[in-house]
Design a protein around this ligand. Sequence first.
Ligand SMILES: [Zn+2]
Length: 218
Amino acid sequence: MSKYVKFTHERARAEVTPFDRFAELNACRWKLLQLRLIGVDSNGTSFGNLSVRDGASTNFYITGSATGGVPELTLADWTKVVAYDFERNWVRYEGSTVPSSESLTHAAIYKSNAMAGAVIHCHDSTLWTAILNQAPTSSKAVGYGAPEMAYEIMRLFKVSDPESRKILVMAGHEGGVVTFGRDLEEAFAVLMHERKESSSCVDGAFHKRTPHDDEWIS
Ligand SMILES: [Zn+2]
């Protein structure tokens, strides 16, 4: 049981159906972990999650809740979401662990965009700051893991064009960004591209000095 999960959940099977994308998911997750885009924060809270769609269905395989800091996931750390209901804030899944707290956010993307085959949610404060309100951004009033976030994501697909840039920003969840793509490779490439753009933007602008910078301390 995870204290981070805000939805009610029901287990369909104790074991996740084996899937052929497992190695690919773990390889991508490993890269995200190395870049500290997923992991465990200073409070010991896990952050970041990724998923792939199951064929043409709206079901998906997603990392289990509170697995952010686990170096290498085994099949037991993955879950398959096989049904969900935004209104009831409810998820049915296969696996021995509860699916990620952001499962309904991932579900909202698969539901909104038939082309989306993979979703990455990570934390990157530099990127978040750079693209806040510049890329499609969810309401500041909505925090992580709430069904309201799923509704926000679906609203963004209606009022803006997340398909073109394939990135969303969570204003009410500091550092939180979501990328997606046809497959994991694309979702990851979008994230790397956006990070590169945002860092060159920061470098190219100005280096603001604050009294906290070493140079200012005499
Ligand atoms: Zn998050």
